[in-house]
Design a protein around this ligand. Structure first.
Ligand SMILES: O=c1nc[nH]c2c1ncn2[C@H]1C[C@H](O)[C@@H](COP(=O)(O)OP(=O)(O)OP(=O)(O)O)O1
Ligand SMILES: [Mg+2]
Length: 194
């Protein structure tokens, strides 16, 4: 079976990606390979940061691997928080504060259009490949739901009247930005394996 390292420290991403892969590939985590490095995301695009994550693992361990860089782009905020989604309110991964800042910045704003975007960088047999996925939606005025992570409680995907946080992981995984990018990665690997 093919083995692939997922260069993330986000357990929720790992859960979503594992469910998507559904046992077709043996997924290794950073901890599985003994990598406890703080991989600094110094890029200004999702693509650059996804690449930093996969290149780090590839250069140190020479293993097939991929990284996911993702975030929320809000039209009325000129695409913010974008690549800074994880640290929008200052502290990395403080989702409640990040959501608070978004809602504050959107107060009184009627254009609530937004999208999630994921770029995946795959290092496969020494070459790099990119896969991208987006999902359109709107930003709620208040949080709703307990599931998912990050901005899920304020993101309502187009065509639905619930937030990502009110969906089961299976429902989110059928339509999300990450799911779409992963579907392309899986198709690529199925082809590469013949
Ligand atoms: O499906 C999602 N549902 C809600 N929020 C999301 C999602 N996808 C990305 N986001 C937001 C929150 C996250 O903190 C940030 C990604 O930042 P990003 O650097 O790619 O991920 P991370 O730091 O959490 O994990 P890691 O870099 O180790 O893969 O954007
Ligand atoms: Mg990160």
């Amino acid at each position: 079976m093919q083995q692939l390292v997922f260069a993330t420290n986000n357990r929720h991403k790992l859960d979503e990606v594992s469910a998507k892969i559904n046992g077709e590939i043996k997924l290794l985590t950073l901890h599985d390979i003994g990598c406890y490095d703080d991989i600094e995301e110094t890029g200004t695009t999702f693509k650059a940061n996804a690449s930093i994550k996969s290149q780090h693992v590839y250069s140190e361990y020479h293993l097939n691997c991929f990284g996911d860089d993702s975030g929320l782009e809000i039209d009325a905020l000129n695409g913010e928080p974008g690549v800074y989604s994880a640290r929008y309110a200052g502290t990395h991964g403080n989702h409640a504060a990040n959501i608070g800042k978004v809602l504050e910045n959107l107060q009184g704003e009627t254009n609530r259009k937004a999208r999630f975007r994921t770029v995946i960088s795959l290092m496969w047999e020494g070459d790099e490949y990119f896969f991208e996925g987006t999902v359109e939606g709107t930003i709620r005025n208040e949080i709703a739901g307990e599931g998912g992570f990050g901005y899920d409680p304020i993101f309502e995907p187009e065509g639905y009247d619930i937030t990502f946080a009110e969906m089961s992981m299976t429902e989110k995984n059928a339509i999300s930005h990450r799911a779409k990018a992963m579907e392309q990665l899986i198709a690529f690997l199925n082809k590469a394996a013949g």
